[in-house]
Design a protein. Structure first.
Length: 286
């Protein structure tokens, strides 16, 4: 399998990149992380429209040059200097940056990331001493070295040096922070150590309120496929996964869903259903 290590293909220049060819110290590493966060924030402010991205304008912008230059410095970063919150915010931002970079590296733009062969396996950055694909970041790091939904095997082997950077446990809210380039993905946002908790709560609230539909008369609830694919991240079974969402819903929808779940548990009446996932590229002008 041929990897596309995108930050080995661009020069280290640009206003926001740290000009260095030696390993960064703790302070410099944290500064680079903040640069990545600020660049994602600018992408959201200048090129995002809700869940959609104006990829064509972004590709021809100075901002794209700046975030390529910042990405080229990631091989110099000292991941050992980050605490847990700094690491989580950093890897969320890098995942979203890498997704954007991966999409923009394909010319012409794909109609769907599914049309880019092994997109999540082969789209990579060198971070510190090692190479990380999108799947490595999501499943190996942020999901605490859990398996991909289509596999029973942990992302990293026991002797993989990247394993020491994996989260200690799964925070289900990360599923609402990662943008995979599809229309059904959560909206892109920027995360920092300081705003991490509130930003993840906001992401979970926004996604759940938008994606969960309760039909009391039909005794049905419709959810994003994310809750099906990553059920074990949210709870022991489908009912527990749906129960996890209750604190994030509006009062009326929460009451309706609670009643439905009670019926499912008590008399087996009611259905948990999942919406089709739209894998079309989340492009603003398609």
């Amino acid at each position: 399998m041929s990897l596309r290590v995108l930050n080995e293909e661009v020069p280290a220049n640009g206003n926001n990149a740290l000009s260095s060819s030696k390993k960064l110290d703790a302070k410099e590493s944290l500064e680079l992380s903040r640069v990545m966060q600020k660049l994602i924030k600018r992408v959201k402010g200048e090129f995002a429209m809700g869940e959609f991205i104006d990829y064509c304008s972004l590709r021809s912008s100075e901002l794209f040059n700046e975030f390529q230059a910042a990405a080229s410095q990631l091989s110099l970063i000292d991941l050992d200097s980050f605490n847990d919150s700094q690491s989580k915010a950093f890897f969320i931002n890098v995942y979203n940056t890498l997704t954007l970079h991966g999409v923009l590296s394909v010319d012409p733009l794909p109609d769907s990331v599914l049309k880019v062969k092994k997109f999540w396996n082969t789209t990579c950055y060198r971070i510190g001493e090692h190479v990380y694909s999108l799947d490595d970041i999501e499943h190996g790091i942020l999901r605490a070295n859990n398996s991909h939904p289509s596999s029973k095997k942990a992302c990293f082997e026991e002797d993989d040096p990247r394993l020491k950077y994996a989260a200690k446990k799964v925070d289900p809210r990360i599923h609402f922070a990662l943008n995979c380039g599809a229309k059904s993905c959560p909206a892109i946002s920027a995360y920092s150590e300081e705003n991490l908790e509130q930003a993840l709560e906001n992401a979970a609230t926004n996604f759940c309120r938008q994606e969960i539909i309760v039909l009391p008369k039909n005794e049905e609830v419709y959810l994003s496929r994310l809750f099906e694919w990553y059920e074990r991240d949210f709870g022991a079974n489908d009912v527990a996964a749906v129960q996890w969402t209750l604190p994030y819903l509006e009062d009326e929808k929460r009451d309706q869903l609670s009643a439905l779940l009670n019926n499912i548990l008590s008399v087996g009446s009611g259905k948990i259903l999942y919406n089709e996932y739209d894998w079309s590229l989340n492009s603003a002008f398609r």
